[in-house]
Design a protein around this ligand. Structure first.
Ligand code: SIN
Length: 314
């Protein structure tokens, strides 16, 4: 019977501690083990939960090796008949990148719910215990299949979630897309159906040594942007470049010229927007390819995975 919930710990503020209970910023992330986080939430004690510490890092330091290991452990547990769902505890800072990575690689047919906190576990305002409980409630409920993110009582699609605020507890949204669900007093209210991932990249594409994964960098179009950074990155043999353009993914003339030279030299380029919300719309065949509704950091993950997928085919 599918009933077990596996909770994978990766660190973050949810596992953070501070010397003072009123210090919401001067703390150390990734100090408390995932089993201890679960033990601090009494309603979880009765549930069939298995904990595994996959990493213990501040998510600003998230890296390819950790993504690879997290995907491998999630894939392993998702493949077990008795596992109903996975919950991942994570830092908020790169949550949208990890969520998108897992969405594109695994496209799970069971719930995979990431959760996080904006205050450390020792804070008077600690939001981790409630967020963890809400994530488990959504995972148990089972109606939101695939990758989602639960913070502050709402669930967002892993493909669309974005960190919107540097400090507030309710720091996430999904751009133009609304929440998938709310979790209120343990009750899940479904509001939308997540978009399925049509062509998941799959585990085989990310099986190679992560130290040799393609390098993909992000550059920004801004007043006075020239192509010097792009030219330097091409000289360093970067494999892919995401550009966060102004408005609808627009680029200064000099930056665009350097990106076109890069594309001609074989560097894959993807054009996102530096706006907080909204997609890159349209685009003629002669334009540099657009990243649709992906944020620049998610577009970087997308390009990384496309490059890894292309290596598999070659
Ligand atoms: C982190 O991202 O690991 C630290 C910051 C946070 O979780 O809010």
């Amino acid at each position: 019977m599918q009933s077990k919930i596996v909770i994978l710990g990766t660190g973050g503020t949810i596992a953070g501690t501070a010397a003072s209970a009123v210090d919401g910023v001067g703390y150390s992330a990734a100090r408390i083990g995932v089993a201890q986080l679960v033990a601090a939430v009494p309603p979880l004690a009765q549930l069939p939960i298995e904990c595994e510490q996959v990493a213990q890092i501040d998510s600003k330091d998230m890296d390819f090796a950790t993504w690879q290991r997290l995907a491998q452990r999630a894939a392993f547990h998702l493949g077990c008949a008795e596992v109903a769902a996975i919950v991942v505890t994570h830092g908020t800072d790169t949550l949208e990148e990890t969520a998108y990575f897992l969405h594109r690689v695994l496209a799970p047919q069971k719930p995979l719910v990431l959760t996080a906190a904006m205050r450390p576990a020792t804070s008077l305002q600690a939001d981790g215990p409630q967020n963890l409980l809400d994530a488990v409630r959504l995972a148990q409920d089972g109606r939101v299949v695939g990758v989602s993110v639960v913070v502050a009582g709402r669930a967002w699609a892993g493909a669309e979630v974005r960190k919107r605020h540097s400090y507030r507890l309710d720091a996430f949204d999904a751009g133009d897309a609304g929440p998938l669900a709310t979790i209120e007093e343990g009750q899940v209210r479904c509001l939308a159906v997540p978009r399925p991932c049509d062509a998941p990249i799959g585990m085989a594409a990310i099986a190679s040594d992560s130290a040799a994964w393609p390098r993909v960098e992000i550059v920004l179009s801004h007043a006075g942007a020239n192509g010097a950074l792009v030219d330097a990155l091409v000289a360093q043999q970067v494999s892919g470049l995401v550009v966060a353009g102004t408005g609808n993914g627009r680029l200064s003339a000099a930056l665009e010229a350097s990106l076109r030279r890069a594309a001609q030299a074989g560097v894959r380029v993807l054009r996102a927007s530096r706006c907080a919300s909204g997609p890159v719309i349209g685009g003629d065949a002669d334009e540099l390819p657009g990243a649709g509704a992906l944020s620049a950091v998610q577009a970087r993950v997308e390009l990384l995975l496309r490059l890894l997928g292309a290596r598999q085919v070659a």
